[in-house]
Design a protein around this ligand. Sequence first.
Ligand code: AMP
Length: 417
Amino acid sequence: MAYRPSNNSSTQPRGARPGHRSFGGQSSNNRRPSGGNGGGNRRGAYIHPSKFINKAVAAVDEVVYEHKNNFADFPFTAALHANVAKRGYTAPSPIQDQAIPLILEGRDVIGLANTGTGKTAAFLLPIINSLTTHSPRASVLIMAPTRELAVQIEEEFRAFSQGMQLYDAICVGGTNIDRQIRDLRRGAHVIIGTPGRLKDLMNRRELNLSNVTTLVLDEADRMLDMGFINDIRTIVSQTPAERQTLFFSATITPTIKDLVNTFLNDPAEVQVRTADTSERVDQNIIEADTKEARLDILTNMLNEAEFEKVLVFGETKFGVQRLSDHLERSGHSSVAIHGNKSQSQRQRALKTFKDGKARILVATDVAARGLDIPNVSHVINYDQPATYEDYVHRIGRTGRGGASGKALTFVPTQTRR
Ligand code: AMP
């Protein structure tokens, strides 16, 4: 069966202009993706299929972001400048441009930014700089929602702090706690962890936060979505009130506002959102009524050469594994990540996909959250996302760094008028 995306013109108001997003030029388009599924963001809310097709975008003037700073303007140590250059960064991204000077000044900062904006380096670079220039040394705690995001932060930290004798401890669930305890006892300048494991280590009296000078909450909204609110409050209550707090979130909800008001002191706000996904991701639906049809269409579609690096989303852990196994048996190199895999299995799968040794990664929403995977050519929603926000999050995995991407969503056959 040949693959043919639906072309239902009655639900396909084309008109999205090709977006351009790069760290040199940022769109001024700060519109949030509209919810509009009639049911807000409740789990399982019905989303009309027309929302999975390119949406017409009201004309908004693109404004090229004008940098205030080059990396050379930041008063970093020579070693840090060298590591930034080695990483291939030539110009600061808008969030880096705006947040780094504030963080260097010692201000508390709210960064309204999603993944892909360069927010990790925005907080890591000034932190690393102060770790090597201030005495007594800072003690940094970074909290992130998922193990994968924590590991990515650690990788960036290690790259930027190369040769500086700085040490980190990563405290995430799903991995051996004894090793983490050993790393903590040895002393770490930066602790990166997920709330559950951090709390566990605190309860075991292995994590003492009384010296924390800088606290980072990354993807705070995701941490709340995942039910970490109480853990976060408990952990933060153990850090000194006199500290610098850096708070990153893609959205501001009343609960987030409440956290900001309790955790931050006279914060400066930096707002950077990537361009609306509809501008850089070509979106369409594929109609299929039965599981067999979906599987058939997907398997055939993957034979086409343009499907170079494909991220497939499924709803359940079992479904995701089963689909990946099926694709592998059909001759398509595929790996899976989901909550039933150990941390090292997930990391291995992710690396296999990132390195191009598997062309397909099948994942659940939670496992894929916050992951930075370059050059994904297609996102396929094999199972529909539960909310429109999840949809926007999923398809944001493609069309990154100025590239364009495609997103395809399986839906039941539409009755046409
Ligand atoms: P993040 O939003 O922190 O997940 O970063 C998204 C991606 O952009 C990562 O692969 C970063 O390494 C990369 N990146 C961050 N800042 C820059 C920069 N100034 N120049 C080029 N790439 C960057």
